[in-house]
Design a protein around this ligand. Structure first.
Ligand SMILES: [Zn+2]
Length: 61
């Protein structure tokens, strides 16, 4: 796996949409690659924020 592929898969991985065998490969890459680990942390925080935002929107609708 290279960093480009890892970056493409990060979003699906965080959303729980990535196939288990691909998630395994991604986790192995994240364990070795500091740059992708940082991207993962940033994206994970962003998606958590968005989820909270949309959950709040639904409650007020
Ligand atoms: Zn990487």
């Amino acid at each position: 796996m290279n960093c480009g592929r890892a970056t493409e898969w990060l979003e699906a991985y965080i959303m729980g949409d990535l196939a288990p065998e691909l998630a395994d490969q991604l986790e192995q890459h994240l364990a070795r690659c500091e740059a992708c680990r940082q991207r993962y942390e940033q994206l994970r925080r962003l998606i958590a924020l968005l989820k909270r935002y949309f959950a709040a929107e639904q409650r007020s609708a």
